[in-house]
Ligand binder design. Structure first.
Ligand SMILES: [Zn+2]
Length: 140
């Protein structure tokens, strides 16, 4: 079976096949990830990835380190939407947060929208991304 694609959804968060992982550690070229439920002791699955020139390669994924729970495709997609908003927040530093939401939320499926925070919280996500990445003069 082909390995499902791995996608970074923040600097410390990874999605593989609908499972969400938190960054754990790095060893040489390999990164180690823990299932998001590991800290709650509900799941022990881990993942290992390697950065290649062509992107992120999954060395160990859900097929070799099985989860105790089904994947959460809508939750993973919601993480990707938040990631896109954070990226756009920095790429379009003068766009108002409400404008970014108007530009990006209409294309999101209702079941994924249901998994996203309220609009006011999403605006906070956008402002936080800007505070973290932009020089002070560009902050709105
Ligand atoms: Zn798990």
């Amino acid at each position: 079976m082909a390995q499902p694609q791995a996608r970074m959804v923040s600097e410390k968060k990874l999605c593989i096949g609908g499972y969400i992982y938190y960054y754990s550690k790095v060893a040489k070229t390999h990164k180690y990830w823990d299932c998001e439920l590991l800290r709650q002791r509900k799941c022990q699955a881990r993942a290992v990835t390697e950065e290649t020139g062509a992107g992120l390669r999954v060395i160990k994924g859900p097929d070799r380190s099985p989860h105790t729970h089904p994947p959460d495709q809508d939750g993973a997609k919601a993480e990707e939407v938040k990631h896109r908003l954070r990226t756009q927040a920095v790429e379009q530093p003068t766009a108002l947060p409400a404008q970014l939401l108007r530009d990006h939320l209409p294309e999101v499926a209702p079941e994924v929208l249901a998994r996203l925070p309220e609009r006011e919280n999403l605006k906070r996500v956008i402002r936080r991304a800007r505070r973290a990445k932009l020089p002070p003069t560009l902050k709105l």
